[in-house]
Design a binder for this molecule. Structure first.
Ligand SMILES: Cc1cc2nc3c(=O)[nH]c(=O)nc-3n(C[C@H](O)[C@H](O)[C@H](O)COP(=O)(O)O)c2cc1C
Length: 224
């Protein structure tokens, strides 16, 4: 019997090897590979040409597990992800799929609270069901920028709970179960205290304003 296959689609616009979504998705993929699954990775911004898009759709069609790992953009899925999902659903409706594929979504956001990701995760669940996947569940993560686009192991202790949650998700997927609630509970533990996170965000914001010469205009209210 051939090995089970997992396909990861990275929804970030960042170049390969630099994004937080890729770091999260790659960690999960590595655990699934340890469990014997064959892996393949696509980046949504590299699947715009018809032949690349076709390759993605065919890989997903033959996969046992489809993982979408994406950032949150403006409280929802990035445009390229939405477009890709719509086109994938149309493709799967036109060419009925014989293979049973499960789908998992990982959505990370910049704000420290993972609640911002819940609508996007719901959208992923609706897409999965409408496009004929078996929905295996989704995981949201707040404060994603703390990962800095690095492999989770390299980020160190701060990502311990994130890795713990993804380990539980991998175990469940390898056993053909849905992602357990405990996995989300692990990802819900903040990587750094949210007060510290917003203070560091403020400092970054002020530094950028100083560099761009707009520091004194930050509190302007041009529209009254
Ligand atoms: C265009 C854009 C819109 C974003 N909108 C949100 C948002 O609505 N809420 C939020 O918490 N983070 C938002 N973010 C932050 C990203 O979700 C966050 O930085 C994420 O970790 C980026 O992941 P990536 O490295 O995989 O691209 C936004 C980022 C960009 C570039």
């Amino acid at each position: 019997m051939s090995a089970l296959r997992v396909v990861l689609l990275v929804g970030s616009a960042r170049p390969p090897g630099t994004g937080n979504s890729e770091a999260l998705g790659s960690y999960l993929l590595a655990r699934l590979a340890e469990g014997g699954m064959g892996t393949e990775v696509f980046h949504v911004h590299r699947c715009q040409r018809p032949e690349k898009e076709r390759a993605l759709f065919e890989a997903v069609g033959g996969a046992d597990v489809f993982v979408l790992s994406t950032p949150l953009y403006v409280d929802a899925l990035p445009y390229l992800v939405t477009r890709c999902c719509e086109r994938m659903a149309a493709h799967r409706a036109a060419e009925p799929q014989e293979h049973r594929s499960r789908m998992v979504a990982l959505v990370n956001c910049g704000f420290p609270e993972l609640e911002h990701t819940l609508t996007a995760l719901d959208i992923c669940g609706v897409f999965a069901r409408q496009a004929g996947f078996v929905w295996a569940g989704g995981l949201g993560l707040g404060g994603g920028e703390a990962i800095g686009g690095k492999p989770l192991e390299e980020v160190g202790g701060m990502t311990r709970h994130v890795r713990g949650g993804l380990d539980l998700a991998a175990e469940a997927l390898l056993a053909d179960r849905v992602i357990p609630e405990e996995a989300q509970a692990q990802l819900a533990r903040p990587m750094i205290p949210s007060r510290l996170y917003t203070t560091l965000g403020d400092i970054g914001w002020l530094r950028t304003a100083r560099k761009k010469g707009t520091l004194r205009r930050l509190w302007d209210r041009p529209l009254g």
